[in-house]
Design a protein around this ligand. Structure first.
Ligand SMILES: Cc1cc2nc3c(=O)[nH]c(=O)nc-3n(C[C@H](O)[C@H](O)[C@H](O)COP(=O)(O)O)c2cc1C
Length: 179
């Protein structure tokens, strides 16, 4: 049976790279499901992910047309791996503090599969001690939080905080599924 990769996309400029990731994973034969935060939809449309994943994209906790009323639990159960890419400072902070106020963070809360978190943000945000503390807390609780790359960021700053190369993200997800 096809393995299911659940991708949570939050609202960072690197959201467009998650499109490549979803596309590659689908091509590699996985069932790809996508949840987007409201902010993520400012960067990329749900239609883009729907086209790449061949699945409806979940954007709303209270969508009346969904067939199940506990979709977040069903999605969490169905996932062989849950990947958050890109992970904003906000979403990292929310998960680390037990906040579940949208579809992505509520589903993460119910996840039993490995959760892989790929942060992407401005260097100053990334180096903020609160963000670092949240990352450490998530790691202590068994979440797999990956390092960022260094380089020129979308805002023009140079430093840490860039999303890991997207091909490396795909490799890591597929490696995790083999464990
Ligand atoms: C142009 C632009 C780019 C942004 N890029 C990032 C980013 O790369 N990382 C990040 O943590 N926040 C970024 N933000 C801020 C987030 O969109 C904001 O914190 C939002 O509340 C995140 O919501 P979410 O975590 O629910 O997706 C950006 C905002 C704007 C306007």
């Amino acid at each position: 049976m096809k393995k299911t990769i659940l991708i949570g996309v939050s609202g960072g400029i690197a959201a467009y790279k998650a499109v490549e990731i979803a596309n590659q994973l689908k091509k590699d034969g996985y069932n790809v499901e996508v949840i987007m935060t409201k902010a993520a939809q400012e960067f990329v449309t749900p239609l883009t992910f729907k086209t790449m994943s061949h699945n409806p994209v979940v954007t709303d906790m209270f969508d009346p047309v969904r067939e199940w009323d506990t979709k977040h639990i069903d999605m969490a159960k169905a996932a062989d791996v849950f990947v958050i890419v890109p992970a904003t400072a906000n979403v990292i902070g929310k998960i680390a503090n037990g906040i579940a106020d949208d579809m992505l963070t509520t589903t993460v809360m119910a996840a039993r599969s490995p959760v892989l978190i790929f942060p992407a943000m401005n260097t100053f945000m990334y180096e903020n001690p609160i963000v670092q503390e949240n990352i450490e807390k998530l790691k202590r609780h068994g979440y797999h939080v990956y390092d960022t790359a260094s380089g020129e960021l979308a805002c023009g700053d140079i430093g840490k905080g860039k999303l890991m190369n997207w091909e490396a993200v795909v490799k890591e997800i597929e490696r995790k599924l083999e464990e």
